[in-house]
Design a protein. Structure first.
Length: 225
C-alpha cells in the first residue's frame, strides 16, 4: 500500500514512518495540513494516517475534505482526543479507525493491516491474482505450492502490478507509485527492480507475466486475464 502519514511532531513522525517502511509500505510523510492537502490532490493513496491537530489545516478537516471529494480509501486518525464525543466527531467526518497517542507501534501496524485488507483483491492476509499469491506479512510469493522470498522493494512492485493487472503502466506511473515523495530514483532503478522481480517469478514459472511495453513501460498479464 501507499500511505500518506501526516504528523507535525518529528519525534513521532520519524519512528512511525520508519516502522511502516520496514513493514513494506510506501510512505509519504508530511508535517502540516497544507502539504498533505497538496499531496492528496496529486497522488492516489491506499490509506491516510492523519494527526488530528495539525498546523494550517487540521487532520479532521483533511478527512472531511477527502470524503467530500468522493475518495474512499481508509482514514486512520492519530489523536490524543479519546473521549466518546471526539471519536464520534472523527467518525462522522469520515475516519475509519482511531489510534490514541502516543501510538503503540505494534497496535498501529495491526490496524494498518486490517484497513488494508478492505481491498476486494485481498483474501485473508493474501493478495491473489490468478494462482499467484502475494503474502505481504512475510514478504513472499507462492504458486503451485512453491514459495519464494521477496525483498520489501520487490514485494512493493509485485503488489502494484497485481493491483493493476492487464494495464499498461508507464515508467513514470510506476516510479511515482513506488518511490516516496521527495525521492528521485536513479534512471535505471526501475529496470533493475523489474529484472530482480522477474528472476524471483521465474522460479514460479511466471516471469513472462511481466511484459515490457516498449516505449511506454510494463504490463502484468497473468494467463487468466
Amino acid at each position: 500500500m501507499r500511505i500518506l502519514l501526516v504528523e507535525d511532531d518529528l519525534e513521532q513522525l520519524e519512528p512511525l514512518q520508519g516502522i511502516l517502511s520496514e513493514a513494506g509500505y510506501i510512505v509519504d510523510a508530511a508535517e502540516d495540513g497544507e502539504i498533505a492537502q497538496w499531496l492528496i490532490s496529486q497522488k492516489e493513496y491506499d490509506l491516510l494516517i492523519l494527526d488530528w491537530m495539525l498546523p494550517t489545516i487540521s487532520g479532521l478537516s483533511l478527512c472531511r475534505q477527502y470524503r467530500l471529494s468522493g475518495k474512499t480509501a481508509p482514514v486512520l486518525m492519530l489523536t490524543a482526543k479519546d473521549t466518546t464525543p471526539d471519536k464520534v466527531m472523527g467518525l462522522d467526518a469520515g475516519a475509519d479507525d482511531y489510534v490514541v497517542k502516543p501510538a503503540d507501534l505494534i497496535e498501529l501496524l495491526a490496524r494498518v493491516r486490517a484497513l488494508g485488507r478492505r481491498s476486494p483483491n485481498w483474501q485473508g492476509d493474501t493478495l491473489c491474482v490468478a494462482d499467484l499469491q502475494l503474502r505481504l506479512a512475510n514478504l513472499s510469493v507462492e504458486r503451485n505450492q512453491i514459495k519464494v522470498e521477496l525483498s520489501p522493494r520487490e514485494a512493493q512492485l509485485l503488489e502494484y502490478l497485481m493491483r493493476h493487472p492487464n494495464q499498461v503502466l508507464t515508467r513514470n506511473q510506476m516510479e511515482e507509485a513506488l518511490w516516496e515523495w521527495g525521492m528521485e530514483p536513479e534512471s535505471n532503478a526501475l529496470t533493475v527492480l523489474v529484472r530482480k522481480l522477474r528472476h524471483r517469478l521465474h522460479l514460479l514459472g511466471a516471469a513472462d507475466w511481466i511484459q515490457t511495453v516498449y516505449g511506454m513501460g510494463y504490463r502484468f498479464r497473468p494467463p487468466e486475464c
